[in-house]
Design a protein around this ligand. Structure first.
Ligand code: BES
Ligand code: MN
Ligand code: MN
Length: 462
């Protein structure tokens, strides 16, 4: 019988090797070329759940990628914790910007990670973080110390908007019944500033298509006389924000909850160094909505970004054309109480109005999700805060994150339970970017913290 720290030091190499094996499988959910790998990753998780001793382990088929389920019910009268995570990852491109193979993990030191960080796609988002939960429960089961029931639900479509998870949850209310959901798929402020995420932004994601002439035209014969869809699209995009960097879509801010001075003062207490921030991104100025700080702009204020724009000729050299079509992918991050069912409609109506005669406009709503806020006085939050205090020696800060996990508000609606966002990543982990990494410290500290969570949670509940 040993404590968690002894366990982690005795099994250190194995715990790294196992995670490396998971990271080697390229489970890119967005790209059909990886179908077999995504499925192999589900099989890996299933095998892992069996190995650590979970019961009723199964690959749950869905219209899309499978969900891996496993549970340990020690006593039906005890509270049940549902653990959610995702085994899919973002595409690794642009490949040429990776310093090492995205699917061949390596440990390298960085300024923020003197103990080293694991470089691989999914190391932080979310394989490394999801895997900590399996390892914490592995320890508790081996030591016969699991004090409550656990259910694991690990999905493979988070990075594409969780279409099948919504389908699955709606059909499995009883099976998934729980008292609290814990998720490690977010971040902390710094390795010595632990945090628990109490807010997530929502999302509306649209694709737009502008059509001009029925074919690409010679830009000499027609230039100046016909609307160029790319020129028009860029003007229309420019029209979506004003000189104060406010979004101009009528009605867009109507439901935005303005924070009180106290709430804004609390945000301002989060350690944040603007100079460091700019340096880390190689920018000489920040940019955003007038009247709000950088921390506010990226968490409690909505935003609108073009994620990609294309059309016309982009090959070698010069080709003189007026393209027939132009496209853009546009995401809007939403805050309480904005509604992702409503925002794409507001967008479309206004975007149509921005178009001059001579072009056709098509707007497609790709996917979305609601914003989320969770209170700091729930049993789950309190237990997570105590676990972090024990592991880090410091009380965690509640923080609002700018990212989205659309399934979290849906869990609350469908299952009636709160999600505790106890993430261990850092903003500098480069998730979704080349050279994604996850601190070795964060990996082991995460397992340690999670292992403490369960006892504190049980105490909160009895
Ligand atoms: N784990 C992230 C979300 C996240 C990261 C939240 C860090 C807070 C802090 C998740 O995998 C993600 O990338 N979500 C997407 C939304 C999804 C619908 C593609 C996002 O936020 O862009
Ligand atoms: Mn994630
Ligand atoms: Mn992600």
């Amino acid at each position: 019988m040993g404590d968690i720290k002894t366990y982690l030091s005795e099994h250190r190499q194995r715990l790294l090797d196992e995670l490396f094996n998971l990271l080697r499988i390229p489970s890119v959910s967005a790209d059909p070329a990886y179908v077999a790998d995504v499925e192999a990753t589900a099989a890996f998780i299933k095998n892992e759940m069996k190995k650590i001793g979970l019961d009723n382990v199964s690959i749950e088929e869905t219209p899309g990628y499978p969900i891996v389920y496993g549970e340990k019910i020690i006593d039906a009268s005890l509270p049940t914790v549902l653990i959610y995570g995702h085994y899919d990852v973002q595409p690794p491109d642009p490949l040429e910007l990776w310093e090492s193979d995205p699917f061949e993990p390596v440990i390298k030191q960085t300024d923020l990670h003197p103990e080293g960080a694991i470089f691989a796609r999914g190391a932080s988002d979310d394989k490394g973080q999801m895997y900590m939960h399996l390892k914490a429960v592995e320890y508790l089961l081996k030591e016969n110390k699991l004090p409550v029931n656990v259910k694991f639900m690990i999905e493979g479509e988070e990075e594409v908007g969780s279409p099948s998870l919504a389908w699955y949850v709606a059909r499995n209310h009883d099976k998934l019944k729980n008292d609290v959901i814990i998720i490690s798929d977010t971040g902390m402020v710094a390795n010595d500033v632990p945090a628990i995420t109490t807010g997530l932004r929502g999302l509306s994601y649209v694709e737009v298509e502008i059509t001009g002439p029925n074919r690409d035209l010679h830009s000499g014969l027609y230039g100046g006389a016909v609307a160029n869809p790319i020129n028009i699209l860029t003007k229309m995009i420019a029209g979506l924000t004003d000189e104060k960097n406010k979004i101009t879509i009528p009605g867009f801010y109507d439901k935005v909850r303005e924070l009180s001075e106290e709430e804004r003062a609390a945000i301002a207490k989060t350690p944040f160094d603007l100079e460091e921030y700019k340096k880390a991104l190689d920018i000489d100025a920040v940019y955003g909505e007038e009247g709000y700080t950088t921390l506010e702009r990226q968490s409690i204020r909505p935003s609108l970004d073009v994620n990609g724009i294309w059309g016309g000729y982009t090959g070698e050299g010069a080709k003189t054309i007026i393209p027939s079509k132009a496209y853009a992918k546009i995401s809007m991050r939403l805050v309480p109480d904005q509604d992702p069912e409503e925002v794409p409609g507001l967008f479309e109506k206004y975007f149509m109005q921005l178009a001059p005669p001579g072009v056709k406009v098509k707007v497609t709503n790709l996917h979305g999700g609601y914003p989320y806020v969770t209170p700091t006085d729930s049993p789950g939050y309190k237990a997570a805060a105590k676990a972090m205090k024990r592991a880090f020696g410091k009380d965690p800060l509640p923080i609002y994150s700018g990212g989205s996990i659309p399934i979290v508000p849906l869990f609350e609606k469908e299952l009636g339970s709160k999600s505790i966002l106890m993430g261990f990543g850092l903003n500098s982990d480069a998730i979704h970017s080349p050279n994604e990494h996850y601190g070795v410290f964060n990996y082991f500290k995460g397992i340690e913290t999670i292992s403490y969570f369960y006892d504190f949670y049980k105490k909160q509940m009895i």
